[in-house]
Write a protein that binds this ligand. Structure first.
Ligand SMILES: C[S@@+](CC[C@H](N)C(=O)[O-])C[C@H]1O[C@@H](n2cnc3c(N)ncnc32)[C@H](O)[C@@H]1O
Length: 206
């Protein structure tokens, strides 16, 4: 029950934030995240799921042949993603769902993507475990996020920022990007270690 109330609260928060999200994110994409959207989406192949797709800022970066689905728990964020997909002429199946309980069978996708959302999903370990479950053996998980900085003075500042952002926005600044049980193929960290992106493959079935 407490979990559901929390979920409703963050869902409302993201519904409210949706109108200003793209403007905020344009700033972070420019100063912090560099070419991460192109780096992530350019590696997607086949049947692809984007978890916590938000307003669909990644949509322009997927290769045309990728068969795309996206989930998010905020109807307002999804509404903007839907409009963006229409404007781009991009076919994408968008639906409302919780990243912590994905409504797909095991081993369903060739690629699973999640960008700049593990910082906001309440139980990010459960979300990554769900992403791993729906990924087929041999499939690729692509993750990017802002994380705990590489040095202690940076982390000390982040700890102070967390005091405000965790309770008010559900935004965590000291997390890591992890793909437990998967084989890391590429991993890059930059901007004082504040941003990490990785490509990790699920081991093929025995
Ligand atoms: C910072 S935005 C990132 C959006 C997008 N991935 C991007 O790269 O711009 C975080 C997103 O995570 C979504 N989100 C947070 N917790 C979620 C959950 N438990 N299930 C589904 N979506 C969630 C929010 O609704 C929001 O759209």
């Amino acid at each position: 029950m407490a979990g559901e109330q929390n979920r409703d609260r963050w869902q409302r928060y993201w519904d409210k934030t949706s109108a200003s999200y793209d403007k905020q994110m344009r700033f972070y994409d420019r100063v912090l995240f560099a070419d991460s959207r192109a780096w992530i989406c350019g590696q997607a192949t086949g049947s692809t799921l984007e978890v916590a797709v938000g307003t669909g800022l990644n949509l322009p970066f997927y290769p045309a042949r990728v068969e795309l689905r996206g989930i998010d728990f905020s109807p307002a964020m999804l509404g903007i993603a839907q409009t963006r997909a229409r404007q781009l002429g991009r076919a994408v199946d968008l639906r409302e769902a919780d990243a912590q309980a994905l409504p797909f069978p095991d081993a369903f996708f060739d690629t699973v993507v999640c960008t700049f959302a593990l910082c906001a999903i309440p139980d990010e370990h459960r979300a990554v475990s769900e992403m791993t479950r729906v990924l087929r053996p041999g499939g690729l998980m692509l993750l990017a996020d802002h994380i705990a900085g590489a040095t202690w003075p940076v982390r000390a500042i982040q700890r102070i920022i967390d005091v405000v952002t965790v309770p008010l926005q559900g935004e965590h600044n000291l997390r890591q990007v992890q793909a437990e049980g998967l084989n890391i193929e590429r991993r890059e960290r930059f901007k004082l270690g504040l941003v990490e992106r990785l490509a990790a493959r699920k081991p093929a079935a025995e």
